[in-house]
Design a binder for this molecule. Structure first.
Ligand SMILES: [Zn+2]
Ligand SMILES: [Zn+2]
Ligand SMILES: [Zn+2]
Length: 782
């Protein structure tokens, strides 16, 4: 007996012992129906008085809590029988008949325990059901989209080909399947010209394709897939692109799914998993609301209808006779407009599904030997090693090795490879080794007598990782958005900036071996080397064989090893592709912890050029002189967003003090500068930037004097690590102690992080924050 005939026997056995249900199934046969054409689809109206309890059901959470769950086994009618079905990972379901049917053989497939209605992790169970019962279409109503029991997980099923939209989509996909140039349908879906007004190809994942159905209801998406795995991948990606209403766990949608031969063939006996010619088909119908205004209208337009999957697929269930009689194209069109997603949301979903991102090459690690795993190939750990200027892998030598990414990411990518023993925190006290997981493609190259692992990843996926490790995910969304734009501007400007140093290709191997490591240290540039002064600044030195490295030299990047913050995800999604530009060029968007009341000029800290958007301005509302600066705050909620270890870090950043005895400071300066000065006599600021940051400082000692600059060098020689800033006044006390009274933290150029966090907390938008710190710039989408 086939699985489907087993079901039919189960239903008839059940009805023979349950008179009430049998009567309902009988009366369904005589239910009145009529047809109408709505939005280009011929739909069916079914007058079904027994459905009143479902259409008028109270599904608010208070009402749900107050009633006992009618799907739980203990509350089911005595007559109800069960056919068992086992889903994935031990999830069990009870297949039952629906005693108030809208279809012949109408089934409810109930999870054996009381857990919320949710599609997360359960799509493959649904696919298995469709695969098992090929005569049936399985469907799912989201918790606020027609599910009468949003608190108890269940699917439903009905015989194939009853719902008008299902039949229409099946016809269209059959046309596409026939037109496919390859037998397995793995090529991007070719939509024949004659049906291109009805359905449009959107994207694909492995062996699954996604289409947009253009009539009847907005937000209608069609999936076809050869395997349940690729179906699930594409489905969840689609879901990721739709908005989730406040307080809900998933977007609002209805879903129907079936499994069929691509060319109407007959299913062969036995196990057909992966049999060529069969595929899963599904329709996702995104919703804007559960009920239209007609439900609440007390006038002539009232309709007691709560659209679920059947209605959304063109089979309108109408419990009341007066509604059934008055329903016309206008009322149905109005209702569909209101319960489906808005045009704006539909556009947004389509954009998210198809948007692109620039590719970035990130140098992850460099070693004589690297152990890695490709997630999809199941081969487990493998090894590459350096040998005679090449990469040794699987017994052969290569100049370069490339492992393609599994999927193109238009939302946020999934894991594709693992690297073992990645050293993190190079040269820091917490340096250690870690196994890390990455999305995107993996490339091995040779540099400096070692193998280098390079991750080729989309800029947005990269940002998701770096911002998640840098910022608290509880941070204000506008602060995170501002940061996303700054980081994206920086990283975009790094792409392709690397000079592929032709000269180094001519170097001998021994010389290459002297290239220190993956982390190229900050390049120091010196002014007037012969003068005896020590005026230096440090800037980012470009990498030669990739765009950025994964360590603090560029931005710390640990791939998917970091926990992704939900707000970070939102911030990147909302600012996707946006960079800061000035005069059509990407800005050098520097930032620091706290300006101390006024931002600083570029030339105070780095080379002698100033940029029009990096001005020295009061960090106050409207840059008003004398007003209270944004960054002058002690608000713990705000500070903890910016200071990663808020509890451990010092909070005196707006104004601070450093104090030394004359002996202490004399020894410190000699040691930190490497110049013997004897006993310090005087510190004389020679040049100061507009924020008060000292640019050049004269150090006068009994045994020697010199001039030190710029901003960072001043901070270096006056502290064991770094002085908070070079904006300080110099006070000698009566007991011969040196007190530095300072303001701010960091170089003071560009965005002041603490000020920005305060601005966000006061309701400024990210565009306003960016305009405040980078005046005259524009936000542009690449
Ligand atoms: Zn229950
Ligand atoms: Zn770097
Ligand atoms: Zn500030």
């Amino acid at each position: 007996m086939s699985e489907s005939s087993k079901i039919r026997k189960f239903v008839s056995d059940q009805l023979s012992v349950w008179p009430m249900a049998a009567a309902n199934f009988r009366s369904l046969k005589n239910a009145e129906t009529r047809k109408l054409t709505v939005g280009g689809l011929e739909v069916t109206l079914q007058h079904n008085p027994e459905r009143i309890r479902s259409s008028a059901a109270k599904v608010d959470s208070a009402s749900i809590k107050a009633r006992s769950c009618f799907l739980c086994e203990s509350n089911r009618p005595e007559e109800q029988r069960v056919l068992k079905f086992e889903g994935r990972k031990g999830r069990k379901y009870d297949i039952c008949i629906n005693p108030f049917p809208i279809f012949p053989n109408h089934l409810t497939i109930i999870r054996d325990r009381h857990v919320d209605q949710s599609i997360w992790h359960r799509l493959t169970d649904m696919a298995d059901l469709a695969h098992h019962y090929t005569d049936f279409t399985v469907f799912y109503n989201g918790p606020r989209c027609g599910a009468s029991a949003p608190d108890h997980m269940h699917f439903q099923a009905c015989p194939r080909g009853i719902m008008p939209l299902e039949t229409e989509v099946d016809r269209l996909i059959d046309r596409i399947a026939t037109a496919d140039s390859v037998p397995n349908g793995e090529e991007a879906g070719t939509v024949p010209e004659s049906i291109s007004k009805d359905i449009e190809y959107i994207t694909s994942v492995q062996e699954a394709q996604l289409f947009h159905y253009k009539h009847f209801t907005r937000g209608a998406f069609v999936l076809r897939a050869r395997t349940s795995k690729s179906l699930a991948k594409l489905f969840y990606r689609l879901l990721d692109c739709a908005p989730i209403p406040e307080g809900e766990k998933e977007p609002m949608f209805n879903l129907l799914m079936w499994y069929k031969s691509r060319k109407g063939g007959v299913r062969p006996a036995g196990n057909t998993h992966g049999i060529s010619g069969f595929e899963y088909r599904a329709i996702v119908l995104f919703r804007g609301s559960h009920r239209s205004h007609h439900y609440f209208d007390e006038g002539p337009d009232h309709l007691t209808m709560s659209p679920g999957c059947a209605d959304m697929a063109g089979l309108f269930i109408v419990p009341k006779k007066e509604d059934y009689d008055k329903l016309d194209v206008r009322l149905l069109t109005e209702m569909m407009q209101e319960v489906s997603v808005s045009e704006e949301v539909e556009k947004e979903i389509l954009w998210r599904l198809t948007r692109t991102q620039r590719k970035l090459e990130v140098g992850i690690m460099s070693a004589p030997e690297i152990v890695f795993e490709i997630v999809s190939d199941g081969a487990g750990p493998q090894k590459v090693s350096y040998m005679e200027g090449k990469i040794s892998y699987n017994g052969a030598l290569y100049d370069e090795l490339y492992f393609e990414a599994r999927t193109i990411s238009t939302m946020f990518a999934e894991p594709s490879f693992i690297l073992h023993d990645v050293t993190i925190g190079v040269d820091f006290h917490w340096q250690r080794k870690q196994t890390q997981c990455f999305a995107g493609a993996l490339k091995f190259i040779v540099e400096g007598g070692k193998v280098v692992a390079v991750n080729i990843i989309g800029v947005e996926d990269y940002l998701l990782s770096v911002i998640s490790s840098e910022m608290k995910s509880t941070s204000d969304l506008n602060l995170l958005k501002a940061h996303a734009v700054i980081s994206r501007s920086w990283v975009t400007s790094m792409i392709g900036r690397r000079k592929i140093n032709r000269r180094s290709e001519g170097l001998k191997l021994e010389e290459l071996n002297n290239v220190p490591s993956l982390v190229t240290h900050l390049e120091s540039r010196e002014e007037n080397r012969d003068s005896g002064d020590m005026v230096k600044w440090f800037d980012h030195e470009d990498h030669k064989r990739f765009d950025v490295c994964a360590d603090d030299h560029c931005q710390r990047y640990q791939g998917l090893t970091v926990a992704v913050g939900e707000n970070v995800r939102k911030a990147i999604d909302a600012t996707w592709g946006q960079v800061l530009t000035y005069d059509g060029k990407i800005c050098d968007a520097r930032f620091h912890k706290c300006c101390g009341g006024r931002t600083e000029l570029f030339s105070t800290c780095w080379e002698d050029k100033d940029l029009p958007y990096l001005q020295s301005l009061p960090d106050t509302p409207g840059h008003e002189e004398g007003a209270d600066p944004f960054c002058n705050t002690a608000d713990a909620a705000v500070l903890s967003q910016v200071l990663n270890d808020y509890d451990l870090e010092t909070k005196d950043f707006f104004s601070w003090k450093a104090e030394y005895s004359r002996a202490e400071i004399s020894e410190l300066i000699s040691r930190r500068s490497g110049r013997m000065i004897g006993e310090l006599k005087e510190l004389n600021p020679l040049e100061t930037g507009p924020s008060g940051r000292i640019k050049k400082l004269e150090v006068v000692g009994t045994a020697g004097s010199f001039v030190v600059g710029k901003e960072l060098m001043v901070r270096k020689i006056l502290s064991e690590s770094h002085l908070k800033s070079s904006a300080f006044s110099i006070v000698w006390t009566k007991d011969d102690r040196l007190v530095l009274e300072g303001r701010g933290w960091g170089h003071g150029v560009g965005l002041c992080q603490i000020g920005a966090a305060v601005m966000a907390s006061r309701g400024y938008g990210y565009d306003e924050i960016l305009q405040h710190y980078y005046p005259g710039t524009s936000l542009e989408r690449l």
